[in-house]
Write a protein that binds this ligand. Structure first.
Ligand code: FPP
Length: 250
């Protein structure tokens, strides 16, 4: 059976998060500069977004640039920012056509003004789209996000707006940049690295992790189907035992 048809449409993750890794190695293996790999990574982004929307995934979060990535050579950072602006500019039409809303999480005040403006325009233009939400993690780091949330909660407690005894896990979730989104059930990382790299540490608490050797520029529909199929074979116990999960299902 074709791998696409093996996917159970009733058991799809609502939210898929992806660490797009391996652009540099892909380019180097072909004797090109790293940015060549990032440019080809855009094709994989496009295909992943389209496939998730077609399948009916509600949220797709892509780790496009970490706060740690600012430390890369200036030439690579500048080229990535330029690529981002160009991609957003050229893809807004497709987002509109496919009814996809764009959102961004991260310390975006660090982005160049041009990138910030383009992003803000695209977010505004797509804000009423309903089919899927595409979240770009840009200048993002999970430790930064959690620290910010704690700072805000502490400020509100100091101002007497929050009673510290009433703070729950939901309170903290409500102060993260992913507020209102379901936590990802599936996290995919390409290129064979098996790390979370400061990505959605709180939100991935119970996510199924899927690692593939495929380098990001080579990632296509079939690789996504394989990841979802693998996810659907797993038993998600959330700390319970197998029998409790099976009894609930029957
Ligand atoms: C990781 O590969 C990839 C990035 C840091 C950038 C990802 C960007 C894109 C796919 C293109 C633009 C994206 C959007 C959403 C417009 P790496 O450079 O760390 O590769 P390496 O580990 O092989 O060096």
């Amino acid at each position: 059976m074709e791998i696409k048809n093996q996917i159970d449409r009733e058991k799809l993750p609502r939210h898929i998060a992806v660490i797009m890794d391996g652009n540099g190695r892909w380019a180097k293996s072909q004797g090109h500069s790293r940015i060549f790999g990032h440019r080809h990574g855009v094709t994989a982004v496009r295909e992943t977004v389209e496939t998730c929307a077609e399948l009916g995934i509600q949220y797709l979060t892509l780790y496009a640039f970490s706060t740690e990535n600012w430390a890369r050579p200036k030439m690579e950072v500048d080229a990535l920012m330029e690529l981002l602006v160009r991609t957003i500019k050229s893809e807004v039409k497709t987002l509109m056509k496919n009814d996809i809303r764009l959102q961004v999480i991260g310390k975006t005040d660090m982005l160049p003004e041009r990138s910030r403006n383009k992003l803000a325009e695209a977010i505004l233009q797509t804000q009423d789209n309903k089919r899927m939400t595409l979240v770009l993690a840009l200048s993002y780091s999970s430790k930064w996000e959690i620290t910010e949330a704690i700072r805000q909660i502490a400020d509100e407690a100091k101002a007497g707006k929050i009673n510290t005894e009433s703070i729950t896990e939901e309170t903290l979730s409500g102060y993260l940049s992913t507020k209102g989104m379901p936590d990802p059930e599936l996290m995919i990382r390409t290129s064979g690295e098996q790390r979370i790299s400061n990505f959605l540490l709180w939100q991935l608490a119970y996510a199924e992790l899927y690692f593939t050797e495929t380098l990001w520029p080579d990632f296509r529909k079939e690789h996504l189907y394989a990841a979802i199929e693998d996810y659907q074979q797993r038993e998600r116990r959330f700390g319970k035992i197998s029998e409790q999960i099976k009894n609930k299902a029957s």
